[in-house]
Write a protein that binds this ligand. Structure first.
Ligand code: C2E
Ligand code: MG
Ligand code: MG
Length: 739
């Protein structure tokens, strides 16, 4: 507000003076003088009053106005400073004082102002810059940390040459902190994604995807956006449909779903990714978003494949294993009923594989298995499968197209191809296989059923080689009988129902006992005696033979040693070995163990082997025989004349005794040819220093002919049938009486 312009006051006073003077001049002299005196007195009085009032006002204006202003500013919830450009006036409200954190009274106000404004010193340029910019950010430190203020300054008054400014601050400290926190949260998020190797793909229109930095790295993208068409082209053709479906049919309720797909990497190879995705509903302010997290699961996938390989692939042959066959087979079985298809199941077994495996070594055994698998594989037709079920058992599933001869024809072709396979250094081995087959769904209520029936058919060949047999329901009973017998035999072994009978061997020159042959019997609890021909072949095919042979070996040694201890003459104990026993690599150790346990001198033990057994792999047989011979154990060739009967083998095999088969002896008195053969064999054996024994001597006539022919020993009902050990005691007693 303005008080008293001097010019206006002068004009007013002059006008008033002119008016009063002209009025007074029209009055009588005394009155005019009085008027003028009163007027002058009034002017003087007014001037004095105006002077004092204006003086009072100006005093009031310079001290009271800012104070009021301070009063208003003091409690404002924002930082305020009023200052003059010569810094003679500096007012800071409480908010600002507290922020600077100084004792306002003690602090140099100018310094405090400069701190608040973030100005280093009283620099005209700085201050000009500060006052001219509409907003100026300053930062300083107070006792509780760093402070940031955005200042807005305006000129509020210019008095004479002094300018007065009002600066209003906006405290950015908390905002800055939030921003920093946000930035670090963003960094944290980014690092988490990076560490967890999770890439994000988000899209609001399902056309363009925004890729997180990790997704850019994973997929080797050029930048952070990718077009759906480009993304689609990077996905493996097999998996595109899953991705399309994910995008199209994403659950509108925001539930999370996931798919696994292969996406091409920068190297051009595909990586497996798990894509967990969802849709986020839009709001009036935000668009709906479809997006998901990508996780590279290539390694896990490879592990799964490995596990599947281990679970479903046969390690040796690298074709499907039994698990795979069963799973795939049951699937096919189920489609049979639905689609009206039918399939042949051929089960194949490599004949005498255990001999091949034992004699040729595992490497050659595996070589044969692998090649057999490859042969089999050639015959797989679409929709079929070839698998190794166990050991030397394989299976082939073929789709049936109404040709009933297909399984036999295929099995025959496999046999022919297999026969051509020559194993290095073992050309002498005849490779053959047998097959059983059945048809599904006709031959069983499940795939397992049908396969078991094909196995029944195979088993019904009962050891004969190179056979191909189709399943017939009648086989069922005999096979069941056979497997029941197996179970019963296993139990019999456990319950010690097996017993050795002994049949004497006689020196034809003296009539004295020179040995016994241990022949096994199964004596059932009711006393029924079962002969070895009925259970030894079953024991051999079901691997029970190992247990039986262990028993025969140890019991034979123990009994012979017992007879020696009882004072009976020393005799040779002969035991029979099957090929399974004979080709065991630890044969020598097992024999040695029984001898050591019984303390029987090895020369009183003899092992009987058949020709067929010895000749299936002559080299290995000779090495096994030599091992036994080294121990001092005797070796007899059993049933001589029934097998390959090549006398030349007598040159090679380190045998000590030749057992002429009973078939030559039965009619030797009438059969000239038999007689000639027996005589010739005896002569040749003698020349090789091999002793001879004739089996099955039932009468004196036969005995006499054989003695004449030079046969050393005889065995047969004429001297005694196989008998239990106690009966043998009596035999010894009787035999001792012979002079
Ligand atoms: P093998 O080794 O040729 O045994 C001789 C077989 O001829 C015995 O039959 C015996 O009782 C029979 N035999 C002996 N003398 C005469 C005779 O004068 N007339 C007639 N008709 N037969 C006679 P067994 O005891 O039934 O044994 C049959 C076959 O079973 C044996 O033939 C042998 O190959 C096998 N075997 C017997 N015991 C065992 C054993 O402990 N282990 C193995 N692996 N095989 C055995
Ligand atoms: Mg024998
Ligand atoms: Mg025999």
């Amino acid at each position: 507000m303005k008080f008293g312009n001097p010019l206006a006051a002068a004009l007013v006073i002059t006008a008033a003076t002119v008016l009063i003077v002209s009025y007074a001049l029209h009055q009588p002299h005394e009155s005019a003088l009085l008027i003028i005196i009163v007027y002058i007195a009034t002017i003087i009085f007014l001037s004095i009053t105006v002077y004092f009032v204006s003086k009072m006002y100006s005093k009031h204006k310079s001290s009271v106005d800012p104070e009021d202003f301070i009063g208003i500013c003091e409690d404002l919830n924002t930082e305020i400073a009023i200052w003059s450009d010569d810094f003679s006036l500096i007012i800071m409200n409480k908010k600002l004082r507290d922020l600077i954190g100084v004792d306002y009274e003690k602090y140099d106000k100018k310094e405090a102002l400069f701190t608040a404004f973030g100005l280093k010193k009283e620099n005209g340029a700085d201050i000009k810059n500060f006052t001219q910019s509409t907003s100026y950010e300053s930062s300083f430190r107070n006792p509780s940390g760093s402070v940031s203020i955005m200042w807005s300054t305006s000129l509020v008054k210019k008095i004479k040459k002094r300018s007065f400014f009002l600066s209003t601050g906006f405290n950015l400290t908390e905002l800055k902190k939030m921003k920093n926190n946000l930035a670090s949260a963003n960094d944290f998020f980014k690092s988490s994604m990076e560490l967890a190797e999770i890439g994000l793909l988000m899209s609001s229109d399902k056309k363009k995807f925004v890729a997180s930095p990790e997704a850019v790295r994973m997929l080797n993208l050029k930048n952070g956006t990718i077009d759906i068409s480009v993304l689609r082209s990077m996905i493996h053709p097999n998996d595109r449909i899953h991705f399309e479906r994910a995008v199209k049919y994403v659950d509108a309720n925001g539930n999370v779903n996931s798919i696994q797909m292969q996406i091409k990497s920068s190297s051009g190879s595909y990586h497996w990714y798990n894509f967990r995705y969802k849709s986020i509903k839009g709001t009036p302010n935000t668009a709906a978003v479809f997006g998901g997290a990508l996780l590279d699961i290539t390694q896990e996938h490879e592990k799964d494949i490995m596990i599947e390989r281990l679970a479903y692939i046969d390690e040796v042959t690298e074709i499907a294993n039994r698990n795979k066959l069963m799973a795939a087979g049951q699937e096919l079985y189920d489609t049979c009923n639905v689609l009206g298809h039918s399939y042949w199941i051929i089960v194949l077994d490599i004949d005498r594989f255990h001999i091949v495996n034992d004699t040729c070594g595992y490497d050659n055994g595996n070589y044969i298995l692998k090649n057999f698998a490859h042969i089999l594989y050639k015959f797989v037709t679409p929709g079929g499968i070839a698998a190794r079920i166990s050991g030397d058992n394989f299976a082939l599933i073929l789709k049936d197209y109404g040709d009933d001869d297909l399984p036999s024809r295929t099995a025959r072709s496999i046999q022919e191809e297999f026969a051509k396979l020559a194993v290095d250094d073992f050309e002498a081995i005849n490779l053959s296989c047998s097959a059983g087959f059945s048809k599904m769904p006709q031959d069983g209520n499940s795939f397992l059923d049908v396969m078991e029936h094909a196995e029944f058919a195979l088993k019904s060949a009962n050891g004969s080689q190179n056979t191909i047999i189709g399943y017939e329901p009648s086989m069922h009973d005999s096979i069941i009988g056979r497997s029941e017998l197996e179970k019963a035999l296993a139990l019999a072994i456990k319950n010690n129902e097996l017993q050795l009978f002994y049949q004497p061997k006689i020196d034809l020159k003296t009539g004295k006992i020179m040995g016994v042959e241990a022949l096994i019997r199964w004596i059932k609890p009711d006393g029924t005696i079962i002969k070895p021909d009925s259970f030894v072949p079953i024991a051999e095919s079901s691997h029970l033979i190992g247990k039986i042979s262990e028993f025969v070996l140890s019991e034979g040694c123990r009994q012979n040693k017992l007879w020696q201890k009882m004072g009976y003459p020393n005799i040779v104990m002969s035991i029979n070995f099957t090929s399974t026993d004979f080709y065991q690599t630890d044969l020598k150790e097992k024999v040695l163990e029984s001898l050591a346990k019984s303390k029987l001198d090895p020369k009183w033990l003899e092992v009987e082997l058949t020709e067929t057994l010895a000749l299936s792999d002559i080299d290995f047989a000779v090495s096994q025989m030599n091992k036994l011979r080294e121990l001092g154990v005797k070796l007899a060739m059993d049933d001589f004349g029934t097998g390959y009967s090549s006398l030349s083998y007598l040159q090679i095999l380190p045998i000590t005794l030749l057992k002429l088969d009973r078939s030559f002896i039965t009619d030797i008195q009438n059969d000239n040819i038999a007689f000639e053969i027996v005589s010739a064999v005896i002569r040749i054996a003698k020349s090789k220093k091999i002793e001879t024994i004739a089996e099955g001597i039932e009468n004196k006539e036969q005995e006499e002919i054989l003695r004449q022919a030079g046969c050393d020993y005889g065995q047969g009902y004429l001297y005694g049938k196989p008998m239990p050990a106690e009966k043998m005691n009596e035999f010894f007693e009787e035999n001792a009486k012979i002079k």
